[in-house]
Design a protein around this ligand. Structure first.
Ligand SMILES: Cc1cc2nc3c(=O)[nH]c(=O)nc-3n(C[C@H](O)[C@H](O)[C@H](O)COP(=O)(O)O)c2cc1C
Length: 305
């Protein structure tokens, strides 16, 4: 039998593989992101970049918990001007690079995009879902008017595909997904980390310096999967599944739930960089076993029951 086709396309953005590196895991260095691409990712997403430099929170910012990791990095980043310098002197060329952006105000997003527009960035991902930074992320995601206005303003500034990354830390993620689609999003990334915490019982102190953080890894997989499944029933645009994918079985579940592509973050901490190749091989073997010619054939299959 022929090798199954793993290529996908999202709003004109062609990827050789449906596996993407999730935002925040490997920073903004093109050299490092290219390395991940070369290990088998179909696209790589930068750490979220903001309008101005942010130091982020004090340590500890990351702690392992049962079933995953808790982090409250605090969106530390060098700010758009520095990142622009780094990107403009790097050879992006063939690299399927998606730049993740966060902001507090609409003009911050639109100005960042205007600056990046001439670079060979392939798409943008709007992070409106970080769970632990006041005024950014999830707080934006909960305000329907703001989400609509933001996406429409950004769409007016770019022809590149726009991914919008959603949060489960909201009253109704399906409603926000529909709203994002109506406002012009080309794809939805589902989901960011979930608001969570851990306490040291010896000292009685919350472990993270910020006390509250975001949970990632296998513990959130069933929640992320449910979000993808529910959103698929309500929107037409492609969904990029994200949350706790560490092996090929997890990946297949997300495709069956309705994801066109998937992102991997914490899976790298569990499996190392070979995670992309291992998952790709597992998907190919599964498709052969099921007599399918391409990954597209299984997207949303779970909805036939
Ligand atoms: C250390 C760390 C930093 C992260 N930073 C960002 C970020 O800057 N922007 C963003 O949109 N998501 C960020 N995330 C969330 C991930 O992109 C992803 O949505 C989440 O971890 C769930 O996927 P996973 O279980 O595969 O890690 C971060 C996650 C981790 C663990």
């Amino acid at each position: 039998m022929q090798v199954p086709d793993l290529s996908i396309e999202i709003s004109g953005f062609k990827m050789k593989s449906p596996l993407m590196l999730a935002s925040g895991i490997f920073g903004t260095s093109i050299k490092l992101l290219r390395r991940i691409f070369e290990t088998g990712a179909g696209a790589v997403v930068t750490k979220s970049i903001g309008y101005v430099k942010r130091m982020g929170y004090n340590n500890p910012t990351l702690v392992e918990v049962y079933g995953g990791y808790l982090n409250a990095i605090g969106l530390s980043n060098p700010g758009i001007k520095e990142v622009y310098k780094e990107l403009s002197r790097s050879k992006i060329n063939d690299l399927p690079l998606i730049v993740s952006l966060f902001g507090a105000e609409t003009y911050e997003f639109t100005e960042m995009i205007s600056l990046l527009e001439d670079l060979k960035v392939k798409a943008y991902e709007l992070n409106i879902s970080c769970p632990h930074v006041e005024g950014f992320g999830a707080e934006v995601c909960q305000n329907s008017d703001l989400v609509k206005q933001l996406i429409m303003a950004v769409k007016a500034k770019t022809r590149k595909p726009l991914f919008v990354k959603l949060s489960q830390n909201t009253t109704d993620i399906v409603q926000i997904a529909k709203l994002a689609e109506n406002a012009g999003a080309d794809a939805l990334t589902v989901v960011n980390t979930l608001k969570a915490m851990a306490i040291d019982i010896e000292t009685g102190r919350p472990i993270l310096a910020n006390k509250i953080g975001g949970l990632s890894g296998p513990a959130i997989k069933p929640i992320a999967l449910r979000c993808v499944y529910e959103i698929y029933q309500n929107v037409e645009i492609p969904i990029v599944g994200c949350g706790g994918i560490i092996n090929w079985q997890d990946a297949i579940e997300f495709f069956l739930a309705g994801a066109t592509a998937i992102q991997i973050g914490t899976g790298i901490a569990y499996e190392g960089l070979s995670v992309f190749e291992k998952i790709k091989q597992g998907i190919k073997d599964y498709l052969i076993l099921k007599g399918k010619r391409s990954v597209k054939e299984i997207v949303g299959f779970a909805h036939s029951f």
